[in-house]
Design a binder for this molecule. Sequence first.
Ligand code: ZN
Ligand code: ZN
Length: 486
Amino acid sequence: MSNDESLPAFTLFGLDDAENYGLVTEADNSLPLDIHNQVFQLVEKGNQAFNESRFEEAISCYSKAYSIKPLDPTVLSNRSAAYIRYGQYLKQRSSSISEYRPLNGFDMSMLGELALKDADKLMNLQSSSVKTYTIKACALILLERYEVARDTILSGLQLDPFSDPLRSNLQELEKVLPTSMIKTYEKAERSDEFDCTVCLKLLYEPITTPCGHTFCRSCLFQSMDRGNKCPLCRTVIFMTPRTCAVSVTLNNIIQKNFPEEYAERKSEQDTLVHLGNESMPLFVMDVIIPCQKLSLHIFEPRYRLMVRRIMEGNHRMGMVALDSATGSPVDVACEVEITECDPLPDGRFVLELESHRRCRIVKAWDQDGYRVAEVEWVADIPPQSDQEKADLRELTSSAASFARSWLERAQEAARQGDRRRLEVLLNVESMIPTPQDPERFSFWLATLTDRRPSERLELLRLQDTGERIRRGLIYLRSVERGCRMQ
Ligand SMILES: [Zn+2]
Ligand SMILES: [Zn+2]
């Protein structure tokens, strides 16, 4: 046996207390009551010895109990723990004490084997108890079979990713397991234990539900968009992406153990979230022009999924109207930024949006029920000659001062009692662009009055800033004359 210095100083977790022997249950009534009492007393006596670190005595009590009632989980669990604690004690004993008080019969590896034997029997009886995995892992650590110990801990963590003893023992193990050993182990041990039952792929950002099932975060919430039930056992669950966290330990275990597959899952997820500058998801609803502020309620499952992905990415999407003649979206859209996203407890979202720039849809496809488009950004054709440039500047500045006085008069009128209208006008005022950007200004000018979708679509398609400003001025004057062009 190796000497003390060469042994890693292991602290084992989860073996501090012996379990109490339960009262007689109905399932147990095959045994006469007096036999039960005998077992009960032996376990009690053993537990007392265990708690006072008299492990030999504890083992002897548990063994007597075992001979009366074979395969009792409590007895097996306590005896295995006692073997381990005793083995650990012997391991930590300095050599001088060993010489002074020679061992009587037991040696460390024998204790380890006995503990493992009990742990294996226990595993057959109650494989769904985290304690079973803790005991088996500790027995394996005592036997210095570190890789199998680690495997056992990982299986246990599948049951309860938050188990303190398992996590602490894993940390201890990782101190002694050389990385090269972990590497060879990783390649060999990819079972479907780490698969998500929804997408059947390696768990990515796993979340464990209150009913104990684990799914990829995106899979769970995608499934919950269609009803708040666990996708596996149909238990009703109350969770929202906001109130629950990814299981960090399990995620780390997966990332460390299957680095290549994890990276693949990550890039898969990233391509859904980060579409790049030339692509964006589409919200099909209405014609939006740049420089608008609006709110939106999202309740359809496909759009909830889309909004979650958008919020993980650049907060942008395209808004586009449906062409009633063809039934498909029109070819021009407007990019909007989600400036606020309030998830409601029932899974819906309330969004605040600001519209930015126009684009033409080059190509669109379906992704998980919503549309994604490849787009081409559209801008006005700038004036060519110096004269044209000067004309546009002149037009912009006179339109700007007209718009400002128009807005003041309209706000004044709304203050007399139309709160709703005043709110709209204040919103419009907050979006006023700088005078150096005539194109944005021309769109802003058009937002001062309510326009029909067909008119907005024309404004989007126009590539002549001056023409758009002139139309904006016509709209304003007609409203002021009291004949709103609706
Ligand atoms: Zn999944
Ligand atoms: Zn479930």
